[in-house]
Design a protein around this ligand. Sequence first.
Ligand SMILES: NC(=O)C1=CN([C@@H]2O[C@H](COP(=O)(O)OP(=O)(O)OC[C@H]3O[C@@H](n4cnc5c(N)ncnc54)[C@H](O)[C@@H]3O)[C@@H](O)[C@H]2O)C=CC1
Ligand SMILES: O=C(O)[C@@H]1CCC=N1
Length: 266
Amino acid sequence: MSFPAGPIWLVGCGNMAGAMLRRWLAEGLDPAQVTVITRSGTRAPEGVRSLTALPIDETPAILMLGFKPQQLNDIAPTLAHLNPAILLSILAGVEEQTLAAQIPAGAVVRLMPNLPVAIGQGVTALYTRSPDSAVRDAAEALARPLGLAPWVDDEARFDAVTALAGCGPAFVFRFIDAMAQAGIGLGLAPELAQQLALATVDGAGAMAITADAAPSVLADRVASPGGSTREGLNVLDMNDALKRLMADTLKASERRNREMAQAARG
Ligand SMILES: NC(=O)C1=CN([C@@H]2O[C@H](COP(=O)(O)OP(=O)(O)OC[C@H]3O[C@@H](n4cnc5c(N)ncnc54)[C@H](O)[C@@H]3O)[C@@H](O)[C@H]2O)C=CC1
Ligand SMILES: O=C(O)[C@@H]1CCC=N1
């Protein structure tokens, strides 16, 4: 699947949109197709045009919103005349209808990427109401080089997808950090503890992806009867401690996505 033709403009290009762009370029997107528009004139990758204001008398084929959801109501009026064929939004929470009402476009596609897209191992969930297969193909052509690219049929589930996969890397990073800190607490040197935690999460994740059993079963395979893993699992499992913590974590993120959607609706 090749990249869509025509000019691609990114309005806002910070941590997330910047990671997507770097990966697209690494996978062969022509930098001459890309214009980045930011408030501060971000230093763009080589060959990419970087501006602090919209070009006059030009229209992108694809316009991607990469700023914060809280900025939509200020920035949208400045984009309302562009009428791109496809409007892509990575804004957490903000619904398709809110976007379509503020920024006219041939079609709106919501993307929910996560940070590991930078290395092609991310998740980019997609949602659109457009039945146009050319629109869906173009969005997928951009999402696929970033990693897993599942379509979500029900927009009402997009906040949950965002909580799990969009925010998820932060929760995993915290977990790695907590594991390393716990190792330090047991007397390991900080550098070794961090190395062990990182390699363990890396190896366990890679194994879980290709394994013949679910992660819940794999956990039991590590736990030799009467051994030390079971003692540790008993702590995580007591009163479903970890499950409850994770449920509360995702609920809080999902709720915040809904709040941002509500604020953008006005
Ligand atoms: N950081 C993440 O892991 C993820 C972020 N997102 C979404 O990505 C979006 C951006 O988040 P981050 O990259 O984390 O934030 P960020 O703060 O790193 O990037 C924001 C960008 O918007 C630009 N900007 C600010 N005001 C502007 C204006 N008036 N006109 C044009 N550009 C302007 C900034 O220069 C910057 O490039 C948010 O909507 C967020 O919901 C979605 C999934 C994951
Ligand atoms: O924190 C945020 O709002 C964004 C959404 C998903 C990840 N980061």
